[in-house]
Design a protein around this ligand. Structure first.
Ligand SMILES: [Cu+2]
Length: 582
């Protein structure tokens, strides 16, 4: 935001104070009630050992859209919390809004009572209340914070950077946050209601007999018979979302300045409720140096997909006058845009939205099946051998006898992956054939070897399950409200967790309070550490976990409406009392 518009914001909020007669020293955002206050876009920086973060209801506008928002310290996103590894932190969370609130420190190693998940580690902070967080900072890297309540999609989130004690492994001249998010003028309650009524409500890319998708009539009949759509990629799309970069919509012209020849560090954080982004900076390569706050061996790439709640730090050395930073939603219904520019106002062309991708056999959990038996081709729009094979596929997809008995079969489960395979080397939907380099998980290698080299002593398998048509989501067929037992790990146990995705959507699975290591083909002591892992549609993915943080921890899909509709569990880490963990 420019100095000028900042000034006009300040003067207009002063006007509001005078008009309502509240001549206190409190700024408008600290008083709570909406009173027409519009959130400022972008973050201020908060540093030090004692911070105050005040939550307030607000309005938000972007482009021609205007609707409800929740601001922290007056901005969306809220403040950039910038800390130093080894310091202590005290945060007073002041709730001036009309709903329950909390802050979860995403990716931080904190005592579990400081983890900020209402219902698991604390009660929601009610309107008018203040809650004090207090914990030491034991790590460094790029993270973020967000509410674990319905306020999150409204704007209650912000970036978190912890500078390391040791010097950074890479040199750079500028250091910028690129926080991606999605905002709707429709309230989260309303969106949830619409998804319950019709899961395709926001899908404007529906297939019709007159569209120009590359599909045969046979394929179309097959998809129709399964009551599924190959374009069913995002539950909520650009039809209602505006995609934001640091709170700025595409029309706001957000700029990141550089001088030619400089090395620029961009810290990408996906703070969206529901949107996976494909990130490109046409005309310049990106060198990925950090994933989820952990340094990785540098990987040069031209594009990467960032799941909800993941972070990637990259270094770029731009050469042109300007480059567009493009964050295209995976369903290609819109994009977040900002300019990396060497001169204020200079712009690079923004590429057009690419054609929406189509789901494939692999996304249906048949990735490893012998396609030749069905006539070859692994896209549903390919040269499958006809309706009989399709009908067979549709039957296989509902074959619940393939599930272990730990999975509850019921109305909450409408699909089973017949042959889920590991897809760590998959770049993400629609990026298989873009004609340039795309990052995938198999390329991530820990920058330094880690000390933990124990082999896991146990394999814990969990199925990611759902029923698209009823908009029910779950682990092992049971939504959270029906679950009676947490997932138990013994303190210090080394366990391998296998996630099997029985749905046709990618789920970003997040474990609180820990890092786990992706089993991605890297040497055991170089497996990359992450806090959030995308399990690709119809696939399996494994991570190794050392359960070395005591307490009760949330474990959930980070797609907001999946979490709220059941894909949530509690992981309990306790010392063993007698027998072994189950
Ligand atoms: Cu999910």
């Amino acid at each position: 935001m420019s100095a000028l518009s900042r000034r006009s914001f300040l003067s207009s909020s002063t006007g509001a104070v005078a008009a309502t007669g509240l001549l206190t020293a409190m700024p408008a955002w600290a008083r709570g009630a909406v009173s027409g206050t519009v959130a400022r876009k972008g973050s201020d920086v908060l540093s030090g050992e004692h911070l105050t973060m005040s939550v307030a209801d607000t309005l938000f506008t972007t482009g021609s859209r205007r609707g409800p928002g929740v601001a922290v310290n007056g901005t969306i996103p809220g403040p950039l919390v910038r800390l130093k590894e080894g310091q202590n932190l005290v945060v007073d969370l002041v709730n001036n809004s009309t709903h329950g609130t909390s802050i979860h420190w995403h990716g931080l190693l904190v005592p579990f009572l400081m983890d900020g998940v209402p219902g698991v580690s604390m009660a929601a902070v009610e309107p008018g209340e203040t809650y004090r967080y207090e914990f030491p900072i034991r790590q460094s890297g790029t993270y973020w914070w967000h509410a674990h309540t319905l306020q999150e999609p409204l704007g209650h989130y912000g970036p978190l950077i912890i500078d390391p004690v040791e010097p950074e492994p890479h040199q750079y001249d500028r250091d910028y946050v690129v926080m991606l998010s999605d905002w709707s003028e429709m309230s989260p309650h309303e969106i949830m209601k619409k998804l319950k009524v019709a899961d395709g409500y926001f899908n404007y890319n529906q297939t019709t007999w007159t569209d120009d998708y590359d599909m045969s009539g046979e394929d179309r009949r097959m998809w129709a018979r399964m009551r599924m759509m190959p374009t069913d990629i995002s539950d909520v799309s650009g039809a209602t979302y505006t995609f934001l970069v640091n709170g700025h919509g595409p029309e706001d012209g957000l700029e990141y300045l550089f001088r030619p020849g400089e090395r620029v560090r961009l810290r990408f954080i996906n703070g969206s409720a529901m949107t996976y982004f494909n990130v490109r900076i046409p005309g310049t390569a990106m060198t990925v140096i950090q994933a989820d706050g952990q340094n990785v061996q540098p990987v040069e790439t031209d594009e990467f997909q960032i799941g909800v709640a993941e972070t990637y730090d990259v270094i770029v050395e731009p050469t042109a006058l300007a480059h567009a930073i493009v964050a295209e939603s995976t369903d290609r219904s819109g994009m977040g845009v900002a300019m990396l520019t060497s001169r204020p106002g200079a712009k690079a062309p923004v590429p057009a939205l690419r054609k929406p991708p189509l789901l494939t056999m692999a996304d249906m959990g048949m990735g490893g099946m012998d396609h030749s038996a069905h006539g070859g081709g692994d896209t549903m729009g390919g040269d499958m051998s006809g309706e009989a094979a399709m009908a067979g596929g549709a039957m296989t997809m509902r074959d619940t006898s393939r599930l272990p008995e730990t999975v509850k079969v019921g109305p909450g489960l409408d699909m089973v992956s017949a042959n889920p395979v590991d897809r760590m080397d998959y770049p993400g939907l629609g990026l298989e054939d873009v004609g340039h380099r795309v990052l995938d998980y198999s390329q991530l290698v820990s920058h330094k070897p880690h000390a933990e080299v124990r082999q896991p002593t146990r394999l814990k398998t969990l199925h990611l399950t759902g029923n698209m048509h009823r908009y029910m989501w779950s682990f092992d067929g049971e939504k959270f409200s029906a679950v009676t037992e947490p997932i138990r790990f013994a303190y210090n146990e080394r366990v391998r967790v296998k996630l099997v995705n029985d749905t046709m959507m990618a789920h970003p699975i997040h474990l609180h309070g820990h890092f786990f290591e992706l089993v991605n083909g890297a040497a055991p002591d170089r497996q990359p550490k992450k806090h959030t892992l995308t399990v690709q549609p119809g696939s399996s993915a494994q991570f190794d976990l050392t359960a070395d943080e005591r307490g009760d921890w949330a474990f959930h899909c980070h797609l907001f409406y999946h979490m709220h509709n059941g894909m949530f569990q509690v992981v309990t880490v306790r010392p063993l009392a007698g027998g072994g963990a189950k």
